[in-house]
Design a protein around this ligand. Structure first.
Ligand code: PRP
Length: 211
């Protein structure tokens, strides 16, 4: 793949589909990507020089950091958690949500006890509590984080809140917002040298379409 095609990593799922639409509107679409029911992971359009990959959202930054993708769409949560060595070029103003601390409604914190924190984001959680000089015990989970305080596995969770529905339906509530999150366009550091023209023309068109 040592050509001038721009390799673009998109996060599988709703955010990726919305992000793809921006590329499409900007004139960098790939019609075959919309074929229903396909399990293909790579789509390319020779005419406008783009090649898209669908990857797990938390893997986008790895593809971009290592140059398997020249650019990609990643949530700010992933960038804060993994600190990949990439350029963060644009805030796409989509995929907006918040990284929050949440707990059961009747939870009363007592600062003389180590706080048990369940999360998919151990670095974000650790840095947040470090800044408050609070000692915590991180319980790293991979999903359904909201179960942890309900089952007594943790006191609080540090997790993404978008609509708030998951918390509400499980009788949990936000205690504090740590940081606002949105999707970012990221780029490989070397790729922007070797394919500067190609990448810049995509970025220019996308920038015009960010609301
Ligand atoms: C995320 C997050 C919350 C939920 C928040 O989970 O971890 O559980 O979305 O969204 P809401 O505020 O709109 O309800 P995700 O769907 O990624 O699943 P998982 O973390 O359980 O894997």
């Amino acid at each position: 793949m040592s050509d001038k095609m721009v390799n673009i990593a998109l996060p599988k799922g709703r955010l990726g589909e919305k992000a793809y639409k921006i590329f499409e509107d900007a004139g960098f679409g790939c019609p075959s990507i919309n074929e229903a029911g396909t399990r293909k992971l790579i789509f390319e359009n020779q005419e406008n020089g783009v090649r898209f990959f669908w990857v797990k959202p938390s893997d986008v930054a790895i593809y971009v950091e290592r140059g398997a993708a020249d650019i990609g769409i990643a949530g700010k949560d992933i960038l804060l958690e993994y600190r990949p060595d990439v350029y963060e070029l644009l805030d796409l103003k989509m995929g907006k949500c918040r990284m929050c601390v949440a707990s059961k409604k009747d939870f009363r914190d007592s600062t003389d006890k180590t706080l048990r924190v369940a999360t998919k984001f151990p670095r974000i959680a650790s840095e947040f509590y470090q800044s408050k000089s609070r000692s915590i015990d991180i319980i790293k989970l991979n999903g359904s984080i909201e179960l942890a305080p309900i089952l007594g596995l943790s006191d609080v969770i540090v997790d993404i809140v978008e609509t708030g529905t998951t918390l509400r339906e499980n009788d949990l509530e936000v205690i504090e917002t740590i940081v606002n999150i949105s999707a970012r366009l990221i780029a490989n550091k070397a790729g922007t040298k070797f394919k500067r023209e190609e990448i810049n023309s995509i970025i220019r068109e996308i920038e015009k379409r960010i609301q």
